[in-house]
Ligand binder design. Structure first.
Ligand code: MRU
Length: 385
């Protein structure tokens, strides 16, 4: 089956960076220029761009852009004047970008990677210009590598699921897979992780239907996953977040596939709020629960999920829905609508939850698929990182 056209979260042409404003999708496709690391920080923090790999790509690309532009400025900016000043400048820029969103570790992996490039250049005695060029290249690589690895994890995960269903005596075709949030092209540099697995099943003729939750309060499911699946012409069904149990009771679902923002050393996984609910229900219904994420999402420094920092978003965001108004004159208008009484107090709004390894059947990276040893409650992730 021919591959369908993809949506793009980031467009890059040398030092020109544009992102699609995901707050306005699916009704309005507006590209926003990113012209500084501050622009990148703001776009990530305000969720104009979101999804763990996509934010790491944008942060890295903004550092490359910053350096490309600095190198061609006359007179050169002060921070290019000596190695020590340059080091301090880059380290503080990376620390600043790292603070934009706390849960997705891909951002931390990217900033660590750029810090290493900086330190290696200094240790090798390179001059500031040469180190700046190394950083430009490395920043661009972080974004470029994403698509290839997504295709490989999608294939690993897809083939694993097909085999699993076969072992259980089921048909290897018509597989129905539920996903949460948005993990497609918009959340990555292309193809996607969990949505990549679903796309792979579709491309190989094995998919029945993709089911996805609306994913309140930001509605990454109903706004973004719906749009991606429609663009890719993948048969799909949307459900409200509260309908997962009902779906499992009344429909044959072969797997739940989700992405991840951070995977601890034992396999505990932080992902979009609602993922844990789906995992508990999947366990109750004996449905395989698959986490699909790049190696950069695995944080070996964190022993278990209790140590993963969980971002809490502003309360107001849980009181609003974003969408489009269709007034009587027929002119559509982008709007945010408040669905609570104003001034409501006591709002709980974590952006992510942690699914314990015990509830996860398989973790897939670009290197392969990990399952737990017989009777184990935790993963040994070493073969896939
Ligand atoms: O708050 P978001 O939209 O950035 O959350 C996104 C998710 O939770 C995704 O599942 C995760 O980042 C993986 S994206 C490939």
């Amino acid at each position: 089956m021919a591959a369908a056209p993809e949506l793009t979260s980031i467009k890059v042409d040398h030092d020109k960076i544009e992102i699609v404003n995901q707050l306005l999708l699916p009704h309005v496709t507006e590209y926003v220029e990113i012209n500084s690391v501050e622009d990148a920080f703001d776009a990530i923090k305000t969720m104009k761009i979101r999804g763990a790999p996509a934010i790491a790509s944008l942060a890295s690309l903004s550092v490359s852009q910053h350096l490309i532009r600095a190198l061609r400025t006359t007179p050169p900016p002060d921070f290019l004047s000596s190695t020590s000043i340059f080091q301090a400048h880059i380290e503080s820029t990376l620390a600043y970008l790292y603070k934009s969103r706390p849960t997705a570790v891909n951002l931390g992996a990217a900033t660590k990677r750029l810090t290493k490039t900086l330190h290696d250049g200094i240790a090798a005695g390179k001059d500031v210009t040469a180190i700046a060029h190394d950083l430009i290249k490395e920043g661009q690589l972080v974004a470029d590598e994403d698509v290839g690895r997504n295709k490989s994890m999608a294939k690993w995960g897809g083939e694993w699921l097909i085999e699993q269903v076969k072992k259980d005596g089921g048909s290897r075709e018509g597989l129905n897979v539920l996903t949460v949030c948005n993990t497609g092209s918009l959340a990555t540099s292309g193809y996607g992780t969990a949505l990549g697995l679903i796309t792979y099943l579709h491309e190989t003729g094995k998919l029945g239907k993709a089911y996805f939750t609306q994913t309140a309060p930001y509605h990454q499911g109903s706004r973004l996953t719906a749009y991606e699946l429609q663009t890719l012409k993948i048969p799909s069904v949307m459900i409200c977040d509260t309908m997962v149990g009902s779906l499992f009771q009344y429909h044959k679902i072969h797997a739940v596939a989700v992405g991840a923002d951070r995977i601890a050393r034992n396999g505990d996984t932080a992902n979009k709020i609602g993922t844990y609910n789906a995992a508990v229900l999947a366990a109750r219904h004996n449905i395989p629960f698959i986490v699909v994420a790049p190696i950069s999402t695995v944080d070996l420094e964190v022993s278990d999920g209790s140590k993963i920092p969980i971002e809490h978003r502003p309360s107001l965001e849980a009181c609003l829905v974003r969408g489009i108004l269709y007034p009587n004159d027929g002119k559509a208008e982008q709007a945010q609508v408040m669905i609570t009484p104003t001034g409501l107090e006591g709002i709980y709004n974590p952006s992510f939850d942690v699914t314990p390894a015990e509830l996860i059947t398989a973790i897939v990276t670009e290197k392969g698929v990990a399952v737990k040893a017989e009777g184990a409650k935790e993963f040994d992730l070493s073969p896939i990182v």
